[in-house]
Design a binder for this molecule. Sequence first.
Ligand SMILES: N[C@@H](CCC[C@H](N)C(=O)O)C(=O)O
Length: 326
Amino acid sequence: MDVTLTKVHGSENAFFILDQTKLAHRLSEAELKQVTQQVTDRKTGLAGGADGVLYVDDSDHPQASGKMRVINADGSEASMCGNGIRTVARYLSEQKQQTDFKIETMYADLNVKQAQDLAPQVKTFQAEISPVSFKAEDLGMHIADLPALHHVKIPALSKQLAFTAVAVPNPHLISFVDHATLLGPELGRIAGYLNDGANPYFPDGVNVSFVEILGPDHIFVRTFERGVGFTNACGTGMSAASLIYVLEQGGHFEQTITVRNPGGMVKTLVHETPAATYWMELIGNATFVGTATLSLAALLAGDFSQTQFVKSAEQPAYQNFVNRLN
Ligand SMILES: N[C@@H](CCC[C@H](N)C(=O)O)C(=O)O
């Protein structure tokens, strides 16, 4: 039996979509982990590897058109993926001929919809990012018994930088920095330590983002992701950074924020509910790079020597879009 994986990206945060409904039988939990580690490997993986695999399946929630599970490159599971859900939204939209629907994720059924293309031939989708929590227990955070972390210096991490922790619902640590710090070694040092599996603060790891304010409603976000390392962009990280920009740095609710990242650009909107909770909208590209077809046996064995990879025409259009940003 042949399997097709679609290579996709949102701001060059790259994934494979594997639709479990097209398989004769669902992959086991061990196979999900093993297949992800094998196909994402940047040296030996499929079509240049990726940052994770997005497993699509039917949802048994009547209001959802499908379900997404996110497995990071190291085989760990994430509760959400902001760049990934836009590509899954596009995939399901084309499969089911819908433009505005819900996708089941680990903690919530999230609204997604097709949006106006960011540029010619740059298909664009928007996704709800929620639920939001600042609670240490939702973040898997253990810092001096603090119930939450709002703009606090943690000397064990850095004497200069202040951090805010927020789950959206995957965990993020955000720090606003100057340009030199954004590009310097501190992000790798701090995030590497917090994702070493042995530190006392985030034993299960955390996504860490440094944010530079470029102008009013204009920020740059660089992220080191849990389970992956540095990525070109992290959608939930950019959504979390936008929320903290509004709450701590003078940004505004209901105002479009332009978020640059090493792989391109997205737009976000931050909303406050009457109950003083928050949710975000993330708007960005959902680019299909190509499709890989191979036998299920080869996929499970991690043998990509006979894989047929057919490129789409979308990547040059995306690159034009990025070139015009600079
Ligand atoms: N790249 C994603 C986030 C993927 C999950 C993350 N690494 C985690 O473990 O929480 C995004 O675009 O949000």
